[in-house]
Design a protein around this ligand. Structure first.
Ligand code: F6P
Length: 325
């Protein structure tokens, strides 16, 4: 058992529904095990500015159901520099913080890994991103809520698409990952999905539209941002050029995907990994992300958790093709 006295907790990168439930779990389980907790505002920026405060049981009351993050979040440029990290370390020491729980995604863990190695600070991470693009967990905190927000929106788009016989290109988030588009495309009954990871190019979408039912004019094409085929307007322009008879429209769902009350799945995931993170630090775990694989707590070194390792299940794409006939 490692003697940890004060855990600093922070959220960093894009916010995700369920981050508050994760903060709550870290704070309450620390207190349960007799450890003090320090909340750090705005991720690494707050560490560098010394923007931190003691948290108690009450500071996380009534937040489990709230979207966003009460600790606020940021993407810090300064933390990329050795000077920024040194300042952060000095502030943590001044506040008696001797271990950290980082809640975030790829960028958050990249920073945590470097910092942990440089200063020997025990750090574990919780996967908090709507993108689900981390290796070492079946799902990230926020993904379930985000995909439900997406299908809610696409169901509504489908109503108007059907009434007007229109083809809609719906662009969803995911940075460099198509996991939001892939799953919601299946759930929303999309005709085609364009994601960065697959070889699906616009030509195959054209082929599918050509082969598809001629009597059904309303169609949904799900597009992940940052794809090779271009953004939703570019895809729409090219479809219109090829199929002038289609009445096409574009809908970019944007940041509504990041907000809202976390789903039950996200709250439970956040609570489980939040408690496990504090227990992991006590048991000597370092530089690892705490995720859930096959419903069991899983520990993955930061360098393996980063998104370039995540693969797409090709069965999912096949399902879209089969079901779109
Ligand atoms: O990583 C989460 C995410 O929402 C991505 O899906 C998206 O590409 C990015 O953040 C948007 O970031 P910002 O809110 O800083 O524009």
């Amino acid at each position: 058992m490692t003697q940890i006295k004060n855990i600093g907790v922070y959220t960093s990168g894009g916010d995700a529904p369920g981050m508050n439930a994760a903060i709550r779990a870290v704070v309450r389980s620390s207190i349960y095990y007799g450890i003090d907790v320090t909340g750090i505002r705005r991720g690494y920026d707050g560490m560098i500015k010394g923007d931190m405060f003691p948290m108690d049981r009450k500071s996380v009351s009534n937040i489990i159901q709230r979207g966003g993050t009460i600790l606020k979040t940021a993407r810090s440029e300064q933390f990329r520099t050795p000077e920024g990290r040194k300042q952060a370390y000095e502030n943590l020491k001044a506040n008696n913080v001797d271990a950290l729980v980082a809640i975030g995604g790829d960028g958050t863990f990249t920073g945590a890994r470097i910092f942990g190695e440089e200063y020997g600070m025990p750090i574990v991470g919780l996967p908090g991103t709507i993108d689900n693009d981390l290796w070492g967990t079946d799902f990230t905190i926020g993904y379930d809520t985000a995909i439900n927000t997406v299908i809610d929106a696409v169901d509504k788009i489908r109503d108007t698409a059907e009434s007007h016989d229109r083809l809609f290109i719906v662009e969803v988030m995911g940075r460099d990952s198509g996991l939001i588009a892939l799953r919601t495309g299946i759930a929303a009954g999309a005709e085609a999905i364009l994601i960065p990871e697959s070889k699906t190019d616009l030509q195959s979408v054209f082929d599918r539209l050509e082969r598809g039912r001629k009597d059904k004019k309303s169609k949904i094409i799900m597009l992940a941002e940052n794809g090779v085929a271009g953004d939703a307007f570019e895809v729409g322009r090219q479809i219109k050029e090829k199929f002038p008879n289609y009445d096409t429209r574009v809908s970019i769902l944007g940041h509504i995907q990041r907000g809202g009350r976390p789903s039950c799945m996200d709250r439970v995931l956040a609570s489980r990994v939040g408690v496990a993170a504090v227990e992991a630090l006590r048991n000597g775990h370092r530089n690892e992300m705490i995720g859930l694989i096959h419903n069991e707590i899983a520990y993955t070194p930061f360098e393996h958790a980063l998104k370039h390792n995540v693969e797409i299940n090709p069965d999912f794409l096949k399902i879209v093709e089969i079901l779109a006939i």
